[in-house]
Every structure is written in C-alpha cells, then in structure tokens.
Design a protein around this ligand. Structure first.
Ligand SMILES: Cc1cc2nc3c(=O)[nH]c(=O)nc-3n(C[C@H](O)[C@H](O)[C@H](O)COP(=O)(O)OP(=O)(O)OC[C@H]3O[C@@H](n4cnc5c(N)ncnc54)[C@H](O)[C@@H]3O)c2cc1C
Length: 447
C-alpha cells in the first residue's frame, strides 16, 4: 500500500493552515475531512439548513454537568470557519506572555508570533466594515454608554459582504499547491505499524509517515484517546461559557440577512457582551422557555454575555462502543456568580438602550421590563440557565499534553484549537491559525 508523506486530519482553520503550508513547501499531502465539501453558498447563513449541513449533530451537542452547556462544532470542509461570525482578534499580549512562561513555549514572543498573525490577516482580508453600525450594534453602543462602558467594533474576515472562510481562502490554495482532499472520510483510529502510521477510516485505511490531527478541541483528544493516547490528553478542556438574552425594542432593529453585528463590550477582565445572529428561527429557539410568547421579529435582537475564562475546566473522554465522546464541564460557584452578574448587567444595558422587554436565557425566569425586576435575581446563576459556547480549546495544551510544538509521538502532531493552553477571552480563530502556522513551519524546518 502507498505511504503518504503527510496526512492532515480535519479541514477546519487549524487543518487548513497546516495543509496549505505543507503543500506550499512541496510536501505530499492527503487531507481527510469527516464532513462534506460544500460551498459557502450551499445554504443561508444561520439557517436550519446550515445546522443540518455543516454542524456536528445539527448543533445538538451538550456537556454533562449542571448547568448543561450546549457546545457546537462545525463538521464540514472549513470546519467552524464556514458557520462562524468572522470576528477577529490577535492573542492578547498578557496571555501570550503567561502561556510562554507557564507552558515553557519557545519562539512565542511578540516578534515571533506577529508575522504569523500578519499572514493570517492578509490571507483572510481582516478589515473593519465600511458600513455604519447595524441597528443591534447601535443599541449596544447606546446601552454601553449609559452604563459608562464602551462598545468597540471588531475587525472581521470579510471581503466586502463575503466571509473569507476556509473554503474561500486556504482550501483552494492548498488544493492548487497539490494537496489531495478527501471529504466525507472520518478517521476512526491511528495505529503505529513498522515505523509508519496506519490511519483507519470507516471502510478503508491509508498509511503515512507523518500525521497532523486537526479535528478541533473535542474530536482531536477523542481520536487520540481511541488510538491509545491518554495522559493529559482531553483533561483540560476550556471554553467561553455564554448566556444569551433576547431584547425587544419599540423600533425596528432586525431585518433579513443582517448577520452578526461586529461590536463587543469588554467588561473588565471577566466578561464580554456582544450581539448574536437573530434569524427568526434562532429567536424562536431562544424563546422555547417562554411558551406562547410571540415577539415582533423586526423589533427583536439577540445579545450575549460570555465569560472570558472562568475557573472551571472540563474533560473529553471516549467511551468504548460510542462514536461520540463524553464531554464534562462544571462551572464553579464563582463562574456562575460572575456569569449571573454579567447577565444582570447585560439586561441593564439593554433596558438603558431602550428595550421594552428582555428575555434572559434562564428557564423559569420572568421577562425583565425594568431595572427593578433584576433586584430579585439570585446571586448565582441557577442550574436551569441556558449556557452555551461556540469557543472550545485547551484539551491538548502545548507544552503539557503535547510538546511545545504540538508533537505527540514520532511523526504524530496536533495542530488546532486544542493546543491553546487556556481560554483567550477573545474570539479564538485568529490565534488558532497563527499558532498552527508557527508549529507547521517548525515541522518543515526540522523534519
Ligand atoms: C457558530 C460559531 C461562531 C463562531 N464565531 C467565531 C468568531 O466570530 N470568531 C472566531 O475567532 N471564532 C469563532 N468561532 C470559533 C471558531 O470557528 C473555532 O475556534 C475554529 O473553527 C476552531 O478551529 P479548529 O481547526 O480547531 O477546529 P474546527 O473548526 O472544529 O475543525 C475541525 C474539523 O475536523 C473535522 N474532524 C474532526 N474529527 C475528525 C475525524 N475523526 N476525521 C476526519 N475529520 C475530522 C471536523 O469535521 C471539522 O471540520 C465560532 C464557532 C462557531 C461554531
């Protein structure tokens, strides 16, 4: 059987950086992706069709714990980049410094990483919108000012109106450089045989000298565990726990095709507010805890409070006989208190921005119509809170579960969000891509 030089598993942002860099350096690359290869236009953004086509389990994946946390993963060529909002941040300097120190990371200084971020910014056309702030963002700006806070615009990977996801950028570039992409190909297990890696799929196997696992922060540790690697693998999952609130305004704030307003409010180091996509389907889903409530959709917007990185941690654990891993995440009392305080402050902000009613994302809680309604809230967010997250990392941290460059064993590497040693407090894709480029360039220099 043929032995490939390198196999890259997973075609999300981490895998795309890896496959493109390897192919551009003239390495032979076979690229395996579990999900389908679809164009950015295969469905409406933030639609039910998108959930069905491009998310793992249609987006219905939850952690064990109380409150349960709904987490979502992209499952298609492009991974999360095909479904996400495109908000870009660099890794905050204090965090970079702390990680370099605590995890013993070489070549992790500002001058080391800056060229990688600059490459990503060029490849993905990172830019600010040329349009005035959309209406939900204007409300965020107004409410923040009333509370003495500031809402900032966040740059995005958009070229005009078109999101620069991986299928729009690095995937075609990697293919043009000779990478071979096999979609709908799930890797079940890796096995070392006679100095090579056997990559076992559902009905077929391939051999490779080098393997990069880029399945994302849940699937990468799961695949490594199925392949016999345990130790620290999957034992330190991190996320940004998030709770949403739905606000109804007297004036129009919503319209078809609005997308996500790229504005955020940073509240100290603990949490951040922002606005979410509020399609009619998403609003209906968000109101499931308020049976019978009908809201005027054009007057309705969705917002969130996201914890920048709490005390809690989680685990990813494969179970014999099950395809999907068990994910546990337990918010500490302090996390629940801070998330509760954040939700309360978000409701205040929305009322100050003119909202007539705010539906907080906690089952059993009454709608909020005035600041006085917030006085009776408990200090700690209850177990019935609808906590969710779209940001997952930290399950195979650099310099801890794997070596400081992502190596697991001879010829076996991780190169995706699972490597980031902790929660970032900001949107992570830019950092995942920059760190992946650092690692793959190191591989090319030494391998
Ligand atoms: C709705 C949503 C909104 C978001 N908004 C933003 C944002 O605005 N800004 C930002 O920075 N981040 C955002 N994110 C997060 C961002 O998309 C992720 O951090 C990023 O995609 C993670 O990249 P990754 O390469 O680690 O993994 P992923 O993107 O998860 O890619 C992993 C890929 O590997 C494949 N795979 C997994 N296991 C296997 C296997 N066994 N065999 C073959 N293939 C496999 C998966 O199908 C998937 O396609 C958002 C995410 C979501 C879901």
């Amino acid at each position: 059987m043929k032995t490939w030089d390198t196999v890259v598993i997973g075609a999300g942002p981490g895998g795309a950086v890896t496959a493109k860099a390897l192919a551009a350096a003239g390495r032979e690359v076979l690229w395996l992706e579990e999900g389908p290869h679809l164009s950015l236009d295969s469905c409406e953004p933030f639609s039910r069709a998108e959930l069905e086509q491009k998310y793992r389990c249609g987006g219905l994946t939850v952690t064990l714990g109380r409150p349960q946390i709904q987490y979502v993963e992209g499952r298609c060529v492009g991974g999360g980049s095909e479904v996400n909002s495109g908000l870009y941040h660099r890794l905050p300097a204090d965090l970079r410094q702390a990680w370099a120190h605590s995890h013993g990371l070489p070549e992790f200084t500002e001058p080391d990483l800056a060229p990688h971020f600059a490459d990503i910014e060029r490849e993905l056309s990172i830019s600010y919108s040329a349009d005035p702030p959309p209406l939900p963002a204007q409300k965020l700006v107004l409410g923040a000012a009333a509370l003495g806070l500031t809402a900032h615009e966040v740059p995005r990977w958009f070229r005009g109106d078109r999101k620069q996801s991986m299928t729009e950028t690095l995937v075609p570039q990697a293919l043009a450089k000779g990478a071979q992409l096999w979609a709908d190909w799930r890797v079940q297990r890796l096995q070392r045989r006679h100095g090579r890696w056997e990559i076992q799929g559902q009905s077929q196997s391939v051999l490779a000298a080098n393997v990069f696992v880029c399945g994302g922060a849940i699937q990468t540790p799961a695949l490594l565990q199925r392949s016999g690697y345990r130790g620290q693998i999957g034992r330190s999952l991190q996320m940004h726990p998030t709770v949403r609130a739905i606000a109804v305004f007297p004036d129009q704030v919503n319209q078809l095709g609005l997308g996500v307003a790229a504005y955020q409010v940073k509240v100290g180091d603990r949490y951040r507010f922002g606005s979410s996509a509020a399609t009619s389907g998403y609003v209906r889903l968000g109101l499931l805890d308020y049976p019978g409530v009908e809201v005027p959709w054009e007057h309705t917007a969705m917002y969130y409070v996201a914890l920048a990185g709490g005390e809690a941690g989680g685990t990813v654990q494969t179970l014999p006989g099950y395809g999907d891993p068990l994910v546990r995440y337990r918010l500490t009392p302090r996390d629940r208190t801070e998330l509760g305080q954040g939700l309360q402050q978000l409701c205040r902000l929305l009322l100050a921005a003119g909202a007539t009613t705010v539906y907080p994302g906690v089952a059993g809680w009454a709608p909020v119509r005035s600041p006085a309604d917030l006085e009776s809230w408990p200090v700690t967010l209850p177990g019935t809170a609808r906590v969710m997250t779209v940001h997952l990392f930290g399950s195979c941290p650099l310099g801890q579960a794997v070596d400081p460059w992502g190596q697991v064993a001879a010829g076996l590497y991780v190169n995706d969000g699972s490597l980031l040693p902790g929660a970032l407090g900001v949107n992570p894709q830019g950092t995942i891509m920059a760190v992946a480029q650092r690692n793959v360039q190191h591989f090319l220099a030494v391998a």
